[in-house]
Design a protein around this ligand. Structure first.
Ligand SMILES: [Zn+2]
Length: 483
């Protein structure tokens, strides 16, 4: 029995175990049947070679990209061979084709792909033979060519190589990712949607990555900061990324989850000086997600989005991340960020300060300004809820499984409290287990408040002004001109 047949049998038997077939809990080699079978624990198996579950991981894995191979298929079948490059992980335990890697391991291994059986021992380097097979398709170790023929891959290592037990599998990125979302998310719709994310701190970056996992296809990222060591305890980016612009770190995290996404990055701050650039991006976006934590940038983005008639979702944590809030703005339909600041000034000003830049910018605050600690754990509930609201906006007007949430997520403003922080209005909240009627920690509250009809951004400010001060309406054109 060849090495590769043996691997195949182990794979099949392991699958039987994984499917929890009743009474089968152990693998043995049945010498009469010359195959590996799954039997009940305790069954007597004389003369059998026992294989434990640990043996399933006995082979290293070489992963090839199906998409890449389909693309190169005409060349490979015509010319007969093709160079391929792998990223080597964990001392060669996993070799992943570089075309699949957003970030590589730093150790690269070259190989040659050969169409048909390799004749003799290769002169040097790894050779992977692509050979026709009658194995069923939909297996990880089977590749279906563009002309619909099933192939398997056989790895031939060079003579002097000690690691000889590796199996070759194929990764078909897009269909395999879509399969996990099918029926829940309308991936064909989301693939065409464009999200503009302004502010890629902890919350903003998490939202962007969640949307990528959900299948959103186009991203525009705007942030001026670089990832610092202090960010790492909260941000999805890690120590290896320290010093890089947060937009670039986030782009790579998006591509790790959705390699087919289009990601456009701008290292820029959300300030009035960049108004035209941001307004241009807003024009091409279906939804704007604002994760900046200072009021000026939120109001600027609000003004741009309302005048462009684009929906926007604003998220933020309260100080020391004891809680957080989300405001969803559908221009002219629901209250805007400016309405929110006028209606609930205390709520609007209770923001955490998570970077020194923001600490410097919040000069309007009457409280001491310093970078405040906060836990990733406390920011994530807000980020995941924001991502859900964002998906609902992106699927608006389309039939979707998520539409059942529309009656639950109907309010413009959402509030979440992580702990009864001393010194806040939430300090005396009853314990979670004791209250159903009063507000508690760890529950989402959707809160309704009215749009300001005379809001300077989304309402008719001038009419209100004229009424309030008893100005002669015939003066209105002159006033408008001055404006
Ligand atoms: Zn407004």
């Amino acid at each position: 029995m060849s090495n590769s047949d043996q691997r195949s049998m182990i794979r099949d038997a392991m699958q039987a175990i994984a499917q929890r077939k009743p009474g089968k809990s152990k693998l043995v080699y049945d010498k009469t049947k010359r195959t590996i079978v799954a039997v009940s624990e305790g069954a007597s198996t004389p003369q059998a070679l026992n294989i434990t579950a640990d043996d399933a991981d006995m082979f290293g894995v070489v992963t090839l990209s199906s998409g890449w191979l389909r693309e190169k298929w005409p060349y490979l079948t015509k010319v007969g061979s093709l160079p391929v490059e792998f990223s080597s992980w964990d001392d060669g335990d996993a070799l992943t084709q570089l075309d699949l890697c957003i970030q590589s391991s730093g150790t690269q291994v070259p190989a040659t792909l050969v169409f048909g059986k390799q004749q003799g021992q290769p002169a040097g380097g790894m050779v992977i033979s692509i050979i026709e097979t009658d194995k069923p398709v939909h297996r990880a170790d089977v590749f279906v060519s563009p002309d619909n023929i099933a192939y398997r891959a056989e790895l031939i290592e060079p003579h002097d190589h000690t690691v000889d037990r590796r199996e070759v599998v194929f990764a078909d990125i897009e269909p395999q990712l879509d399969l996990r979302r099918a029926g829940i998310l309308e991936t064909t719709i989301l693939k065409d949607r464009t999200v503009l994310c302004i502010g890629l701190g902890t919350g903003g970056a998490h939202v962007a990555v969640e949307l990528a996992k959900s299948g959103v296809g186009h991203f525009m990222l705007v942030d001026r900061d670089r990832l610092s060591v202090g960010n790492v305890v909260r941000h999805p980016g890690g120590i290896s990324q320290v010093g890089r612009a947060k937009v670039n770190v986030t782009r790579d995290l998006i591509l790790e989850k959705n390699p087919n996404a289009q990601v456009d990055v701008r290292v820029a701050e959300a300030s009035f000086g960049n108004r035209d650039m941001i307004a241009g991006l807003v024009q091409t976006a279906d939804l704007v997600i604002c994760g900046t934590d200072n009021r000026q940038s939120k109001l600027l983005i609000n003004e741009i989005c309302v005048s462009a008639n684009k929906p926007a979702v604003y998220g933020g944590a309260f100080r020391r991340a004891y809680g957080g809030q989300i405001l969803r703005v559908r221009p002219k339909e629901s209250p805007c960020q400016q309405c929110f600041v006028s209606a609930l000034p205390d709520a609007a000003s209770d923001v955490e300060v998570s970077s020194q830049d923001d600490a410097d910018v919040i000069a309007y605050s009457d409280r001491p300004v310093a970078v405040e600690p906060g836990l990733s754990l406390d920011v994530l509930p807000i980020a995941t809820q924001l991502a859900k609201l964002a998906l609902l906006e992106l699927l608006a007007g389309k039939s979707s499984t998520l539409n059942v949430l529309k009656r639950d997520f109907d309010a413009p403003w959402y509030l979440w409290i992580n702990r009864p922080e001393p010194g806040t209005q939430y300090a005396e909240m009853p314990p979670l287990s004791e209250s159903r009627d009063e507000m508690t920690i760890n529950r989402w509250y959707g809160i309704y408040f009215e749009r300001d009809e005379q809001c300077p951004v989304c309402g008719d400010f001038l009419a209100g002004f004229v009424a309030a001060y008893g100005i002669d309406p015939s003066q209105l054109p002159a006033l408008r001109e001055k404006d």
